[in-house]
Design a protein around this ligand. Sequence first.
Ligand SMILES: [Zn+2]
Length: 327
Amino acid sequence: MKSLQLLLLVLMVCLLTIAPLNAQDQPPTEPPADGGLDPAPVGTAVPLPTRGARPASFMITQSDRAALHFFFQALPQGETALMRVVGNEIANVRALFLGDLIDFFPVDDNFYGLIAAGMEQPTGRNNPLAVYVTFTDGTRTTLDANVEIVLGSFIRQNVTVAPDRGYLLDIETEQSELARLESMIGTYTDERLWDETGFQLPIMAALTSPFGAFRTFNGTLNTRHTGWDIRTTLGVPVMASAAGRVVFAGTLAIRGNYVLIDHGYGVFTGYAHFSTTHVTRGQEVAKEQVLGTTGDTGRTSGPHFHWELAVNGDWVDSIQFLEMWMP
Ligand SMILES: [Zn+2]
């Protein structure tokens, strides 16, 4: 035990010694990661995400005419998972989970539903899921299941904001902006607006600051990070992650110039800190359509792109969503 502690101590001393050397190695023209406001204390950047292969699904419960399958064992806080209902003569499938109504989308005789847990959802084994299946003859059946919610893995960060943007550390500013966004991501479009190619990163560049981080600004304001940060410079085109409809394009205190896209079935993506935006509210956008260019508007002190994703009214890990297999 003693030798392990000694080894850890030696490692820490080594890391502390190496860190300043690395900082000096960086070219002076490159801005600090996310302008110093969204630092990347987790070391090397995460590799670009790719969508996973179709995982095995397993049956949870069934009636005489329909069966519920999960593609997951347990649902970590801040993550999304996929469910499937199979059966004959099914007209539609809806579910109720954590107070949210979920509509299932049909693909090749199967009905798929997205289930999500917010990053602050309490952990526990017994979270009831009720799945309502309506058949073409008008009859209905209910499939009942339980979803286990497990702890998510989130880091802690201390962030320092320049004095001239100190007004953005007001807790009421933070909360009113979140409430305004949550009223938008809490709506539900019963139509799949994304296409079969799915979702992708809005900028093909290194990820830095992760989703869900516990952040303390200037030692006073405690918040959670609702999205991922992507390393960028000013004026880089930002693409729509998937096809959808613009539900917000305007200026917010913390997110700066911001675009929010509804992709249908409870999925939304948000894009923050633009210098300029090229879309307006109500506009239909294609996947990879340019929404605007990166900037440093809002609560940031340098070029910094923040990308966030919501499912069924909760901010969830956008990278985990990209990596999840979907039909
Ligand atoms: Zn961010």
